[in-house]
Design a protein around this ligand. Structure first.
Ligand code: IMP
Length: 194
């Protein structure tokens, strides 16, 4: 079984990826398995930059093939914001709830037809010999209020296109299939299977 290390300590993300990659004969480890790894600051101004920075650091430290990812919520009415700054949209060290509250506040006067948005993920894969990036996009819209208790982050206010439920209401299995991260990982697994 191939081992790949994910440059993250985010349990939600690790669980989501672990179940997807298992089907492809990949054992996913994470920064939780390597306590000596430092937190990589996501200080680049693109998703690609942050994903690559994280994967390169983990590869250098562990010598194992490494994955780094970064996701942004790009809201049409906000010209693509918060984008790469989605985690700290409402400020440094804020909760998911504070970010969601700020988003709903900023979009308060925006009509339903103009509430389009997308999640975009870049997954970077770094080994001794190669560096690749994979992109996944999930289109949808931002609701006026939160619905559902599953998932994390902006899930309770994001309704993917062609669904009546938010990401926080959909089964994790469905979310994993249609999500930005799911699509980026699908490209990664297609690449790994070659
Ligand atoms: P990260 O840097 O990839 O962890 O993502 C940045 C921020 O985007 C996170 O803090 C979350 O608020 C948000 N985010 C990332 N992925 C998702 C998702 O699948 N659903 C909802 N929010 C997400």
């Amino acid at each position: 079984m191939k081992t790949i290390v994910l440059a993250s300590r985010n349990v939600d993300k690790i669980e989501e990826l672990c179940s997807t990659l298992k089907d492809f004969g990949v054992e996913l480890k994470s920064a939780l398995d390597f306590p000596e790894l430092k937190e990589v600051e996501e200080d680049k101004n693109t998703l690609e930059g942050n994903a690559l920075k994280k994967a390169r650091y983990v590869f250098q430290q562990t010598g194992l093939p490494a994955l780094g990812d970064d996701t942004g919520l790009e809201v049409d009415a906000l010209d693509g914001r918060p984008g790469v700054y989605s985690a700290r949209y409402a400020g440094e060290d804020v909760t998911y709830q504070q970010n969601v509250d700020k988003l709903l506040e900023e979009l308060a006067g925006v009509a339903p037809k103009d509430r389009g948005a997308q999640f975009r993920t870049i997954v970077a894969f770094v080994t001794e010999n190669e560096t690749h990036t994979f992109e996944g996009v999930c289109r949808g819209r931002i609701l006026r209020e939160e619905k559902g208790t599953g998932g994390f982050g902006y899930d309770p206010v994001f309704q993917p296109a062609e669904y009546e439920q938010t990401f926080a209401e959909l089964d994790a299995e469905i979310k994993n299939k249609i999500s930005h991260r799911g699509k980026a990982i699908e490209k990664l697994t297609a690449f790994l299977g070659k």
